[in-house]
Every structure is written in structure tokens, then in C-alpha cells.
Design a protein around this ligand. Structure first.
Ligand code: SIN
Length: 477
């Protein structure tokens, strides 16, 4: 079994035990994995102070030097891939192959931002008056609070830490209470590469609302980056407004997966399997609503059901498993409620059956005959459920796709080049996958519009969220 990291808060380069602890359990069988320090307000304040003290020194370090440390951190993650992946599967439940993919994905953000740390360029602007030089430089916003979810416990943290550290910010991270061990394992690796004390601080906490509120209220924190639900994101934004802190929010989705009449159906099925079943459907970018042209709906559905039927459901640590347990009882209850509502309103079950709620293993289920009134069409499912509606034509598919308050990602399958551009541009979302079921990559800007949030993570734009532009007008003659 994978070795555990220290199970305490990581503050100012030291492991700090707390008098209160909370249990981290395996979602598969509720086996106790660890008792982790529940950071109290004093510990959170100490972490913020440490980040504030470390900030001036970290900010002054040349970007390439900050980048070198991030690159080393990426290497350490990859060297510890198996141990990190097992830890993730134990606390999150996801299939081991998915955890391995996540460790690689997570490390790629450190590698990417190691490079970007060398390129935090400013600009020189031609002045309208003689004798004046106008320059713009980038400065780090200051200590940042990072609040991260349980569904990708490494990647959601490295995407934020990578950008923050590259920009010159120090951080205090509060990982999800269900999955704090992955974050603590990262802190342990950060210690080994010599990231200075106070630059990375991790404060696990059982009550995310209390800890998040404490971080938002801290005057020294100048930036909040949150990945999680839209509801919590709105609360954080209101709290941050009181002190005009910068905010980036990566929130819920309700992704349409559109298959048009001229799609390559086999490619659409392959894309759907990734877009729907990655992490057992527990992803903000999971395909939530399948919108399929009526002329190809039968073919698409039959082929998709054949692929879905091959998925292996079970304990994430078993190497053959594709679909691990859902993370907790509330997630199972939500999927059950959505399915009961849909079936009660006339949805047809083509494959699988609703969960009985006795175990967190939820077998994939495919439904047709969906209507827009059904709750699973309006809410993020976060489970292995395929809900299919037909569309009359391209215009109908676009209208259905955009009929949601969310706007994180959309997926589109068509072989017609002009249509690819036309429909992708009509889709109201921050990202679009065209004949592509997985858009997530460190090189591209990840983020949403509407109720899916604001700000972009990854890519060269990722640095923007952690830096201020400073304009300097200099009289030179
Ligand atoms: C998420 O589910 O929040 C993001 C997953 C990803 O980066 O692909």
C-alpha cells in the first residue's frame, strides 16, 4: 500500500499537528486511511502570515529560477507517479489508470509554468509626446488562497500553484476535506526540491466553508482561486468583494455533447466515452447532455451502448477497473434522485439500472427520451449517466446546447469544416471540443463563461490571473 505523507498542516515549511483531526476514508469500503489535522483559525492565520512574509523574497527571485524549482517539482511528481496515483485512488476512489493519468496531467502544469516563469513579459508602448517612455511590467498580485476540489486532487492544485509560483505569488491552499492527502504529498515533494518556507502552505480542514471564509477574510490574501460548485463560488466572490480581492472561479458545467447528421459516428462514440466517463463522470467538463441529430441517433446510441457495456466497475485499485466508486454518499444520492426524476417523467433506460444506494459503485446507465424539464438536463450529474435527446437539425442542436445557465465546455461532432467553425463559434462556452472528447491540456486556456465562472487557468494566459500590470511613464528628455 502507498506510503502516506505527513498528515498535518504544512505551514512556513514545517509540518504542524493540530489538536483536532478528521478522518479520510476510502470511498470504496469506508476503510480509514488517515486522521488529518483539522486546521483551526490560528493555523490558517499562521499560514497566511507565512505566505505574506515569504512573498517579497519569492517575488524578487528571477523568473527562470522560480521556473527551475517548478520543473524539479514536476520531475519529482513523475518519479513518484505510482505512489501518488495509489494515494489518489485510495482517497478519491478513481480507477488507478485514471490516477496515473492525473499525476501526469498534474505534473504537466508544473512543467508548463516552469517555462512560462521565464516569459512574464512586459511591453513598451510608443508615446504620443516626445521625451516620454511608456513601459508596462507584470507584478505578482500577492499571496493567493487556492481552494481546490476532490475530483482531481493533484491537477486542480498544480494548475493553480504552477501559475501562482511562476508569476511570483506565494500560496495558501485548502484542499477538499475528502482528499487532503494528495495535496499533502505535493507539499512533501515541494520540501525536497527546496522551495523556500512559506511559499507553499497547505491547510487541510474538515469544514471547507469555515476555512475558506477565514482565508477570504485575511487582509494579506490578495487573490482567491477556487474550483468547485457555482453556489460556493458565488459566496466566495461576495466575500472577496468586501476587500476587493482578485478572484478566479472555475465552477460547474452542464456540457452539451452534440452529434450532427454528418458526424463520424465511431469517432463520436470514442469521444463520448472519454467526455462522459473520465473520473466516473465526476468532472466539470463531463458531457452532461447528449444532443444527437435524429437521423443518426439510433446508430450513435447502439454503438455507444456497446462501448459502455464493456466498462468494468469496481474498486479503483484493481488494475482492470474503469469505473470506481462515486466519492461519497451524497454523490450517489444525487445521481439516484436525478435518475428517479428522469425515469418518473418518462425517460427510457437503454442500459443499466439506477443505483440502489447500498454501495457507492454506480454502474453506467444510458437513457433516451429526455426532455428539458428533467432535472438531469438542467443540473450537473457528476456520475456515469448518459442522457440522450434528439435534435431536428443544426439550429435546433445549437439552441438546445445553449439552453443552460452554464458555459464551461461544449463538444461537437461533424465532419464538415465550415460547420465545425460555425457551430463552435455559436456555442456559449469558454471551451469547445470539435471532434475531440478531451480539451484539458496545460497549453490551452481552461475556463468558462456564464455560471461556469471567470478567469483562465493553464496556457500563457494562466499567468494573467496572478499578475497585475504596472504602467510606468518615464520622462527621458
Ligand atoms: C474539473 O473537473 O474541474 C476539471 C477537469 C480537467 O481539468 O479536465
Amino acid at each position: 500500500m502507498s506510503e502516506l505523507p505527513p498528515c498535518d498542516a504544512f505551514v512556513d515549511g514545517r509540518w504542524v499537528p493540530g489538536s483536532q483531526r478528521f478522518s479520510v476514508k476510502d470511498p470504496f469500503d469506508d476503510a480509514l486511511i488517515a486522521e488529518v489535522t483539522d486546521s483551526d483559525d490560528a493555523m490558517i492565520d499562521a499560514a497566511v502570515d507565512a505566505a505574506a512574509r515569504a512573498f517579497p523574497g519569492w517575488k524578487r527571485r528571477p523568473g527562470p529560477e522560480r521556473g527551475r524549482l517548478l520543473a524539479q517539482l514536476a520531475q519529482r511528481m513523475l518519479s513518484a507517479e505510482r505512489r501518488l496515483a495509489e494515494l489518489c485512488t485510495r482517497e478519491n476512489g478513481k480507477a488507478l489508470k485514471e490516477s496515473i493519468a492525473e499525476v501526469r496531467y498534474a505534473a504537466s502544469f508544473f512543467s508548463w509554468f516552469a517555462g512560462e516563469a521565464e516569459r512574464t513579459y512586459g511591453e513598451t508602448i510608443p508615446a504620443s509626446q516626445p521625451g516620454q517612455r511608456l513601459t508596462v511590467i507584470r507584478e505578482p498580485v500577492g499571496p493567493a488562497a487556492l481552494i481546490t476540489p476532490w475530483n482531481f486532487p493533484y491537477a486542480m492544485l498544480t494548475r493553480k500553484i504552477g501559475a501562482a509560483l511562476a508569476a511570483g505569488c506565494t500560496i495558501v491552499a485548502k484542499p477538499a476535506a475528502l482528499t487532503p492527502l494528495s495535496a499533502l504529498a505535493l507539499a512533501q515533494l515541494a520540501e525536497t526540491v527546496g522551495i523556500p518556507p512559506g511559499v507553499i502552505n497547505i491547510v487541510p480542514a474538515a469544514d471547507g466553508g469555515r476555512a475558506g471564509g477565514r482565508l477570504c477574510g485575511a487582509a494579506a490574501i490578495r487573490k482567491i482561486s477556487f474550483t468547485g460548485s457555482t453556489q460556493v463560488g458565488m459566496v466566495l466572490m461576495r466575500n472577496a468583494a468586501a476587500d476587493l480581492k482578485r478572484v478566479s472561479l472555475e465552477l460547474g458545467g452542464n456540457a452539451p455533447f452534440v452529434v450532427l447528421a454528418d458526424a463520424d459516428i465511431d469517432a463520436a462514440v470514442s469521444g463520448a466515452m472519454v467526455a462522459k466517463f473520465r473520473n466516473t463522470g465526476q468532472s466539470c467538463v463531463a458531457a452532461n447532455r447528449f444532443i444527437v441529430d435524429a437521423s443518426v441517433a439510433d446508430t450513435f446510441t447502439t454503438k455507444l451502448c456497446a462501448s459502455v457495456a464493456r466498462l468494468v466497475v469496481g474498486r479503483g485499485l484493481d488494475p482492470d477497473v474503469d469505473i470506481g466508486p462515486l466519492v461519497d454518499d451524497a454523490s450517489v444520492a444525487k445521481v439516484k434522485r436525478l435518475l428517479e426524476d428522469a425515469i418518473g417523467r418518462g425517460a427510457k433506460v437503454l442500459l443499466g439500472a439506477p443505483p440502489d444506494g447500498k454501495t457507492r459503485l454506480v454502474a453506467p446507465i444510458v437513457l433516451a427520451g429526455i426532455t428539458p424539464q428533467m432535472q438531469l438536463w438542467r443540473e450537473e450529474i457528476f456520475g456515469p449517466v448518459v442522457a440522450i435527446r434528439t435534435a431536428a437539425d443544426e439550429a435546433d442542436a445549437i439552441a438546445q446546447a445553449n439552453d443552460t445557465e452554464f458555459g464551461l465546455v461544449s463538444y461537437l461532432y461533424t465532419q464538415n469544416g465550415a460547420r465545425q467553425i460555425r457551430v463552435a463559434e455559436a456555442m456559449e462556452s469558454g471551451m469547445v471540443g470539435v471532434n475531440e472528447g478531451l480539451v484539458s491540456t496545460p497549453q490551452a486556456p481552461f475556463g468558462g463563461i456564464k455560471h461556469s465562472g471567470m478567469g483562465r487557468e493553464g496556457s500563457r494566459h494562466g499567468i494573467d490571473d496572478y499578475s497585475n500590470l504596472k504602467y510606468i511613464a518615464t520622462r527621458i528628455g
